[in-house]
Each structure stands twice: as structure tokens, then as C-alpha cells.
Design a protein around this ligand. Structure first.
Ligand code: DNO
Ligand code: MN
Length: 362
């Protein structure tokens, strides 16, 4: 397991590289060019700038999260070909700074969605929260109004200019079925996976979060059967999964341990985090500790250990603790605690197997 930490870039993150450097066992930054709109080719000078920053600290940039997919690709519009060409050029460019894995998602319109970014827990921390009934009762065409009235309902990772186009985006998706989305995903993969292969890069799709349809939009990367179908669309090591235990874990029917055992050679990147799912379908993000949520983190780390996982991992979201002000879900403290929990589990399994090696005396 090669530990990484997501960093949103200079001036775009409250967490500094000095701080990340002191978290035990973190080798690399999970990065992106967050100011380049989806669909555009990434400029080489901006990529090199991140590379220089990482080099100063000895961090690798092996994992990009995300190169976002333009909506026209997901919609299968004729204009997709130009956006796919741009995507290929971006793959070629990030390969030049050593990238090995590109995380992306194929969710229509929204990335992860929550109803409360600062829901208070009993211990005084706050965390991301999803109230199922609230989302399910919203008519998509009323959504823009709701967002304007209630800033708590936000779409992280969203550029404001896209929000303005929400109504027309919903119009565009009218009548787009899950099967259409599968077809459009297959078309995209058949174009880009060969380019990724040529550059030694593994594409790694992130599951839908939450893993079910919202606002009537199709969502397909949601469960074990669909992940199996996904991997068969293009049967190549460069067509892989970012296995996110928190996203998939929001549906208690998902057996993430079984997924690791079935798909282990196609998981180049692991997001490990816990959520607590309530009986009414609401869920709250928690600490990484197994007992704090409904996702068996200890079992998941064991499954990675037992399958000889050598890919990249990161703690996914964390709570906001000790008064930290940060990007929702992306503070320093709880993610650092999460990393130590993951290492604790991993090292205990390694020790048990007689494979935990100490530092050599100099
Ligand atoms: C949620 C996060 C996601 C992820 C993107 C990847 O679990 O990890 O926001 O970054 O979906 O494209
Ligand atoms: Mn994730």
C-alpha cells in the first residue's frame, strides 16, 4: 500500500506541503489542475509548476484526481470527439511528469453530493452528511432555486458558471437512460484506454457518490455487478477502478471486501474511509475507525493486505476536528489520524504475517 494525500494546490488548500510532509508514510500528492474546466487540454506549464512544488518536498505525483470528463462525452454528443482528443493530450502530458494513475468519474452533472457539509456530531466535530429524503423530494428543475436559497446544499468541485447552466444540463439529460450512459462510457474508454496503455497509465474510475440515481439522473458505477460489467467494457489493466469504500459503503448492500477479492488486480487506487448509514438511508461521514461507522475498515484493509495490494491509497474525506477551518472533508487532522489508523491495521497484519520490517541501524 503506497500512501498518498490529496492536495488541492498552492493557494487552493488550507493544508500545506510542510504539514503533509510530517504525516507518517505519505509518499505522494494526489493532485489535479482544479482551475482548468472539464474538457480542456491541460497546459504543460501548469503541470510543470505542480511538479516543481512536489519536487521540493520529495513527493511523487503518480496519481491525478481527477481529469474530469466533459458532459458532452457522458451525453454522447457529436462534440464529444474534440473533448476526447483533449483528454488524450492531457494523458500524454501528465505522463511526462510520471503519472501512473488517473482517477475520474462518470457521474452525470454532479460529483459527490451532500445535504450538509458541517453536520455536528455528538463529540463536537462536524462532517459531511446526506439526508436521503431531502434529495429525493427535490424536483430537479426546482434545484437551481433551492441552491440559491440554501447555500448548505452545495456541489463540491463545481464551478459557479456550471451552476448557471443547470437547467439546460438537466434538459440535455432528459431521456438519457442507464444503457445510454453505458454506451457513452464504452465509447470513451475505447478511445482513451489505448492511449493510457501506451503511456503506462492506469485509468481508475471513481464510483458514484452516493451510489444511486439522484434527481432522476442515470448512475451506473454503483455496485459489484456494475463494476464487473465496467471492467469488461475494455479488458485491460489500464481500465481500472478507484475503489472508494465510503462512496460504495453508503449502500449497505455493497460488500466492499468481496469487491476487493474479485477485482484486486484492477484496483490501482484505493480511497479508504468510513460512513455511518442510518436506517432511513441517511449517512454521515465518520472517523476512519471501524467501530465509528458501518463500513468494515479493518476488514477492508485486511482484504487489501491479503490480496497483496501494492497500489496507491489515500484516506478519503475526514471530519472537521479541533476547530480546523478547511475545505469540507479535506482538513489535515482527521485525514492524518485516518492514515495512522490505516497504517496501524496494515502493520498489524504485516507483523502477524512476519513481514513487518524495522528500520536498520545505521
Ligand atoms: C468522494 C471523492 C470524489 C472524487 C471524484 C473523482 O469520495 O473521492 O469527489 O474525488 O469523484 O472523480
Ligand atoms: Mn472517494
Amino acid at each position: 500500500m503506497r500512501m498518498t494525500f490529496r492536495w488541492f494546490g498552492e493557494g487552493n488548500d488550507t493544508v500545506t506541503l510542510d504539514q503533509i510532509k510530517q504525516i507518517p508514510g505519505v509518499e505522494g500528492l494526489v493532485w489535479s489542475l482544479h482551475d482548468v474546466p472539464a474538457g480542456e487540454e491541460w497546459p504543460m506549464d501548469k503541470i510543470e509548476e505542480v511538479k516543481r512544488q512536489a519536487d521540493r518536498y520529495g513527493f511523487h505525483l503518480d496519481v491525478v484526481e481527477s481529469v474530469n470528463v466533459h458532459e458532452d462525452i457522458k451525453l454522447g454528443l457529436p462534440s464529444r470527439d474534440q473533448y476526447i482528443e483533449n483528454y488524450k493530450r492531457t494523458i500524454e502530458k501528465v505522463a511526462k511528469v510520471g503519472v501512473k494513475v488517473i482517477c475520474y468519474n462518470f457521474m452525470p452533472i454532479f460529483d459527490w453530493l451532500r445535504t450538509d457539509l458541517h453536520k455536528a456530531g455528538v463529540d463536537g466535530s462536524t462532517a459531511l452528511f446526506y439526508e436521503k429524503a431531502r434529495i429525493h423530494n427535490i424536483d430537479p428543475f426546482e434545484l437551481v432555486k433551492v441552491i440559491n436559497q440554501n447555500s448548505a446544499l452545495t456541489m463540491p468541485g463545481w464551478e459557479p458558471e456550471r451552476l448557471e447552466h443547470l437547467t439546460s444540463l438537466f434538459e440535455a439529460y432528459r431521456g438519457v437512460t442507464e444503457e445510454d450512459l453505458w454506451r457513452n462510457l464504452e465509447y470513451f474508454l475505447k478511445e482513451i484506454v489505448p492511449v493510457a496503455e501506451q503511456h503506462g497509465i492506469k485509468m481508475a474510475i471513481h464510483p458514484d457518490d452516493p451510489p444511486w440515481s439522484i434527481f432522476g439522473l442515470p448512475r451506473i458505477i454503483t455496485n459489484q455487478d456494475n463494476l464487473r460489467r465496467f471492467l469488461k467494457l475494455v479488458d485491460s489493466p489500464s481500465n481500472g477502478i478507484t475503489l472508494c469504500s465510503g462512496s460504495l459503503g453508503a449502500n449497505p448492500d455493497n460488500d466492499i471486501i468481496a469487491m476487493i477479492h474479485e477485482f484486486h488486480d484492477r484496483i490501482p487506487f484505493a480511497h479508504i474511509r468510513n460512513v455511518r448509514v442510518f436506517d432511513n438511508g441517511d449517512f454521515m461521514e465518520t472517523s476512519h475507525r471501524t467501530q465509528d461507522g458501518t463500513v468494515d475498515i479493518a476488514g477492508i484493509v485486511k482484504a487489501y493486505y491479503d490480496t497483496g495490494f501494492t497500489g496507491y491509497a489515500r484516506p478519503d474525506h475526514g471530519r472537521h476536528i479541533w476547530g480546523e477551518e478547511c475545505r469540507p472533508g479535506y482538513g489535515l487532522y482527521d485525514r492524518a489520524l485516518g492514515i495512522m489508523y490505516l497504517w496501524g491495521l496494515w502493520d498489524a497484519y504485516a507483523k502477524q504475517a512476519g513481514q513487518l520490517y524495522m528500520m536498520k541501524k545505521e
